[in-house]
Write a protein that binds this ligand. Structure first.
Ligand code: GLC
Length: 500
């Protein structure tokens, strides 16, 4: 075959095999590149590292389930199974105007939600991107920023017209605060931060009541808002999804972090027995299962790349499940594999790879883009490597990168399925089936993520797994937070469990 040609096509070898060929560039000829065979050999090695068999998945689900049960029994467990004091499902008839502040991971969002009853609502919102510096500054400063943004939002939206905030002098609006980090709660308007996750590290916040810190900032900036409830995005997702689809039993986030919430019978939450809540009542549990397998690393198939991600993170040992599954880390895992191949002299010989050597330079969005590249030449992948990293790639390399992205993305989705399966199996939802409201950048934007979760559920449960269906959830952190604020207000007005 000629070594260089323009265009794409196929050719038949003397052996009878058909080979596809594609345009090659001049650059490719000048640089030493790995052959197609070398790349295929490497791919096989990574395939065995990143592939999860159904049997392994079932073992993970069993261990996961035990961990969930332990968290309900005793305080201070690795997976904390936090009682949220959200009592039961919304009626769908919650009404009124509520503010919601959503501090999630990547953005800060402030919203005005008008609940109109019958599962209907309207929302007006503003979004602010959080800088990396803001994730590390003094905790109180971060809450000051949230309060300032809320104040600006309220000032901009005061008015008489529909969709505007109709606020009289001296009045305050009820506020739901979505703070998506593990907090142990003594009551719904309190939350002691157990640990920062998702790369946050603001000093003087862990071990403190973040609701009180936020209230302090609201008072300092004269914000006319009354914090009613503190929730996590998964709890909001669970409630908001149930508000519009009452078949929903689990709410999940697959985004910068990963976690789930579900509704539990009080009689099963042994660790809150002394609160003397009616045994038949139900309370939403924020599992915080991103922490599964933390510190001991007994159950998850961690590769050496996962170990590096963990050890170089600001929280070594913690959030072990999340570090294999969530959007914050998948790009970094891929970058570390590429670096290994650079160090071994397989990739990019003779090219300057300093841009690839920067931690977290490889965005998880690149994996999505690579997997969805529709061109034979894999032009999107050429673009990513030339534009962001200033390196040239051959088609064989690009095919390898795409296959590698698929391995990492698929493992994340199959592990995500294990988390859902653990709750399903613990709660016995398999027979009747259930809907799972899911949200987050991976779930919404990564091609095939939901299909791979569904495949994973069938691998764990067999054909019955088809009765567990995930769907794109309602906005839990905004609308869900407002619904929970409304439920809480109604509960307290009715004098029910006012102490929590
Ligand atoms: C992290 C947080 C958790 C949140 C999840 C998804 O795991 O600890 O509270 O629900 O990310 O945002």
């Amino acid at each position: 075959m000629p070594t260089s040609r323009r265009g794409s096509g196929t050719t038949t070898l003397p052996s009878g095999q058909t080979l596809a060929f594609h345009t090659r560039t001049q650059d490719e000829e000048d640089l030493p590149h790995a052959t197609k065979k070398t790349m295929a050999d490497h791919l096989r090695k990574y395939e065995s590292l990143f592939t999860l068999t159904p049997q392994r998945m079932r073992m993970i689900v069993e261990a996961f389930k035990d961990t969930l049960e332990l968290g309900l029994e005793k305080n201070g467990q690795i997976v904390p199974m936090i009682p949220t004091y959200v009592f039961g499902w919304p009626s769908g008839d919650e009404r009124g105007e509520f503010l919601a502040v959503d501090l999630g991971g990547t953005n800060l969002r402030v919203c005005l939600v008008t609940l109109q009853g019958e599962g209907k609502f309207e929302i007006t919102q503003s979004k602010y991107r959080l800088s990396e510096e803001q994730k590390q500054e003094e905790g109180q400063k971060l809450f000051d920023f949230c309060a300032e943004c809320l104040k600006t939002f309220i000032d901009q939206h005061i008015g008489e017209e529909p969709g505007m905030i109709n606020l009289k002098e001296g009045e305050t609006l009820p506020l739901g605060f979505t703070f998506s980090y593990p907090c142990s709660q003594q009551r719904i308007d309190h939350g002691e931060l157990i640990r920062w996750t998702k790369g946050f590290g603001n000093p003087n916040t862990e071990g403190h009541d973040v609701a009180a810190m936020f209230r302090q900032s609201l008072a300092k900036h004269d914000v006319p808002a009354n914090l009613i409830s503190l929730i996590c995005d998964t709890t909001g997702t669970l409630i908001a999804s149930h508000y519009v689809n009452p078949k929903t039993k689990i709410g999940c986030i697959f985004g910068t972090g990963c976690n789930a919430a579900y509704m539990e019978k009080v009689s099963n939450i042994t660790k809150i027995k002394e609160l003397q809540i009616d045994e038949n009542a139900e309370i939403a549990i924020n599992c915080e299962y991103g922490a599964f397998d933390s510190f001991h690393h007994e159950h998850l198939p961690r590769t050496k790349f996962d170990t590096i991600v963990d050890e170089t993170s600001n929280k070594p040992g913690e959030q072990s499940f999340e570090k294999l599954v969530s959007g914050r880390y998948l790009g970094e895992i891929m970058r570390l594999v590429i670096l290994e191949l650079i160090d071994d002299g397989v990739l990019f010989l003779g090219q300057n790879t300093y841009k690839l050597e920067v931690p977290y330079a490889f965005d998880t969005a690149f994996l999505s883009l690579m997997e969805s590249d529709p061109t034979d030449e894999l032009l999107m992948i050429i673009g990513i490597f030339t534009h962001f990293f200033a390196v040239e790639t051959t088609l064989a390399e690009r095919q390898f990168f795409r296959a590698l992205a698929k391995l990492i993305g698929r493992r994340a989705a199959r592990l995500s399925a294990c988390g859902i399966a653990a709750i399903v199996s613990k709660m016995g939802y398999l027979e009747e089936g259930c809907a799972v409201g899911a949200d987050g950048s991976l779930y919404n934007k990564y091609p095939g993520f939901a299909d791979r979760i569904h495949e994973g559920l069938v691998d764990v449960f067999g054909d019955k797994g088809r009765s567990i269906v995930t769907y794109h959830a309602e906005d839990g952190s905004g609308v869900g937070s407002a619904i929970i604020a409304a439920m809480t207000k109604a509960r307290k007005d009715a004098g029910l469990y006012v102490q929590v």
